[in-house]
Design a protein around this ligand. Sequence first.
Ligand SMILES: Cc1ncc(COP(=O)(O)O)c(C=O)c1O
Length: 415
Amino acid sequence: MLKSAGTTPKLDIEKIKSDFPILRRKVHGKRLVYLDNAATTQKPKQVIESITKYYENYNSNIHRSVHKLAEEATEAFESSREQVSRFINAASPKEIIFTKNATEALNVACRCISENSLKKGDKIVVTEMEHHSNFVPWQQISKRIGCEFDIVNVDEEGILDEEDFEIKIKNAKVLAFTHMSNVLGTINDAKKLTKIAHREGAIVILDGAQSAPHLPIDVQELGCDFFAFSSHKMLGPTGVGCLYGREHLLLEAPPFILGGDMIKEVHREETKWNDLPWKFEAGTSNIADVIGFGEAIKYLEKVGMERIKEHEQAISQVAIEELSKIGEITLYGPRQHYNRGAVFSFNVGKIHPHDVASILDSEGIAIRSGHHCAQVLMEKLGVQATSRASFYLYNDLDDVFALCKGIRRVQEVLS
Ligand SMILES: Cc1ncc(COP(=O)(O)O)c(C=O)c1O
């Protein structure tokens, strides 16, 4: 049982914190308690330095020139791809496409599938807990092609309704769902759902924007056909996302953006696409930040994804206990600390979530308030918005207690 010590037994938090320069700053004269990790995470000095090192030492375009700098930049860029490939256990680095964020990765997947495998009357299935990035593309492509668009229900605890899933997945051609909810923290049993969807002959797209930063990921074990995630939510820079896709699906799919670098040959009448994965990476890539992303993954691997998961479960256990003790709080999402992420959406009586976030900010505590790009889920919960505190590897139990103290302060100020 965890007591009120500041740290959990899983990680050396003080050492980890010391790698993040921003965590040393004060906000409104108070210690920064950064609990907006589901939106974006902070960056360790190793990532920041890798970007500076690139610009100071070998800044150059990639895949083009033969000079030394270009060679070094290309090697660093492609070695990030290998790093990402190993991190999620893809069968080959060819299956890793760099995009600008998870949203773009999901759009690429949607485009690949819709152009090749969908026709009028086909069924696309998503869930009520999707982020807009994994909802709107499918909704819109359904309208354009004339597909049936089904949305699997979420129950009161924020867990996917399995019976409803079993009904809606029948004869589906596409299943797109989130591995971990950015609002509820719910972790879906992606392996099981994927297996059922494959039984129906559906292609499965997994939104890993919230799971890849926090859980060990093995795409081959999960069995999904596509997996999308973002560097900035896992200690890496903004401007880089990633789409994993099974090689044969990527080979069959048309490219998303056309132009330089994604071609092998261009003639007056015809163009031949480049090999994978470059067929999907048109134009100059975000080289520095892809290199920074590789460094972020090295950092996460060094700490260990299993340990990060256990650390966050320990935080969740205490957070659920402590938040539940606060009067008039409504906490959304699963009540069990295991098999859920350390993302806590809540409302405090009738106080507007923006007011909660503003008062917490004055205490140095950074959370998010709003609809979290999940308005379908907000409608289901019967609210316009929630406050959301989300934790990561550099947070500790002191941060949980600071949050709870801050919420009590909100109640004092506004009651
Ligand atoms: C579950 C989920 N999917 C997709 C996204 C989109 O990520 P990005 O903004 O990096 O494209 C987010 C971002 O919050 C998310 O939480």
